[in-house]
Design a protein. Structure first.
Length: 266
């Protein structure tokens, strides 16, 4: 039985869908699985097409509605082409989950390489902004013909935007920008909805704590998440539920939700 009935026949694009470590599931992978289970039409996106195909192979082999697309979100031309393809193929886009991101190389701020800075900012910062730009443009075009279409966007950040952690300066900088742009875009889109008498495009952000994924495995010297107390971490599947729940909250706009089991409340 469908847990999220609102997803039925909705078109959803998820960035950052890949797999690199069989021990841990990627957040994008968990999102795609839950979306498909609830009858959504899903576009799974990654800059590495082979890792993306591998992440959803068990779904596509069942004939489930998952399209796999390669896109380097740090390249605006790639992003523009992606959303043009979505419009030509599906005619609309209901939901966008900006999940792609990278931690880069973890090192003290005075030792940061310029390449590391550029890479993290290009993906986490520019990449998210490019997807917002093209995704919102597409949603506006569809709303001009169907003023009540349900449109929602979730930006995936990190608690690094709220608390200090050593050797994460460029990562934290990029994730703080995601929280901030979520609020700015909400103000713009609410004004647009009033001006055009269309349903508002809802934009919210989630800031996860420790999620048992390959990325967080790399944060630990021994690359082993087993040593983290269960109350201080959660699974990609549980985070996916939190994200998808927020897609459907009609009065949730411009919110930045910390999802960390209370870690930052201490």
């Amino acid at each position: 039985m469908s847990q999220f009935t609102f997803l039925n026949n909705k078109t959803v694009l998820v960035t950052g869908v890949s797999t690199s470590d069989q021990r841990f599931k990627n957040i994008g992978q968990a999102l795609v699985e839950l979306l498909v289970e609830n009858d959504a039409q899903v576009i799974a996106v990654s800059r590495d097409i082979k890792k993306c195909e591998k992440a959803v192979k068990h779904l596509t082999e069942q004939g489930l509605p998952v399209a796999v697309k390669q896109c380097d979100i740090s390249n605006h031309s790639d992003v523009e082409s992606l959303f043009k393809w979505v419009e030509e193929t599906y005619g609309s886009l209901n939901y966008l989950i900006n999940n792609a991101g990278t931690e880069g190389v973890l090192e003290p701020v005075d030792q940061l390489s310029l390449d590391n800075i550029d890479s993290v900012i290009d993906i986490n910062g520019k990449g998210t902004l490019y997807c917002l730009k093209e995704g919102i443009s597409l949603m506006k075009r569809v709303l001009s013909n169907d003023s009540e279409m349900d449109c929602s966007i979730i930006n995936v950040g990190s608690i690094a935007a709220e608390i200090g952690m050593p050797n994460t300066s460029v990562y934290a900088y990029s994730k703080a920008g995601i929280a901030s742009i979520t609020r700015v875009v909400t103000i713009e889109l609410n004004a647009y909805a009033l001006e055009t008498d269309t349903a508002p495009i809802r934009v919210n952000a989630v800031l996860p704590g420790v999620i048992r994924t390959p990325m967080h495995g790399r944060f630990l010297d021994d690359n082993d998440l087993d040593g983290i107390p269960p109350e201080q971490s959660t699974s990609p599947e549980e985070l996916a539920k939190c994200i998808i729940t927020r897609l459907n909250e009609k009065f949730l706009m411009g919110s930045v939700s910390i999802i960390d089991g209370g870690y930052t409340a201490q």
